[in-house]
Design a protein around this ligand. Structure first.
Ligand code: HEC
Length: 138
């Protein structure tokens, strides 16, 4: 293949990947949400299952999913909510990395715990994908 043809092919490929840029992020996010087991306990549709629906969770006060009874949340989640915890990219990143430890640190209480039976999503890039995905679900 001539050099100029190669350049044209590369440019076309780049253009296609740019056009699809908003697509793959969400596709990866949805995949990361499934792959890391979130979907076993959460929907993003507003329907509550084992855990509260995560629809609109980004920007929401912790422990306040509409229609999910406050009594279903752990005492620690309610306490964190009362202390002003709001889910944003930063707090979600820390919570998802290690749910129990995050609440213990946030509340300054080594006995704090969460009903989310999940050890944590350790891969930083996948946490980021999941959070971007959640931010788009409202
Ligand atoms: C085994 C079931 C289970 C899995 C797996 C799970 N969660 Fe949860 N999650 C819960 C439960 C139950 C709660 C309520 C926690 C509490 O009250 O302490 C919760 C709470 C949350 C909250 C706070 C919601 C609110 O209304 O304040 C977020 C955000 C969240 N989970 C995200 C995720 C994400 C993202 C994943 C995957 C990386 C995940 N969860 C995996 C069960 C689960």
């Amino acid at each position: 293949m001539k050099h100029s043809t190669l350049m044209a092919v590369a440019a076309a490929g780049f253009a296609v990947s740019m056009m699809a840029a908003s697509g793959p992020v969400l596709a990866d996010g949805a995949q990361a949400f499934k792959k890391n087991r979130c979907a076993q306990c959460h929907t993003v549709s507003g329907k509550h299952t084992i855990g509260p629906s995560l629809n609109g969770v980004v920007g929401r006060k912790a422990g306040t999913a509409d229609g999910y009874k406050a009594s279903r949340y752990s005492k620690s989640m309610v306490a964190a909510s009362e202390k002003g915890l709001v889910w944003d990219a930063k707090t979600l990143d820390a919570y998802l990395a290690n749910p129990k430890k995050f609440l213990q640190d946030f509340l300054g209480d080594p006995k704090a715990t969460t009903k989310m039976a999940y050890p944590g999503l350790k891969k930083e890039d996948e946490r980021k994908q999941v959070i971007e995905y959640l931010a788009s679900q409202k």
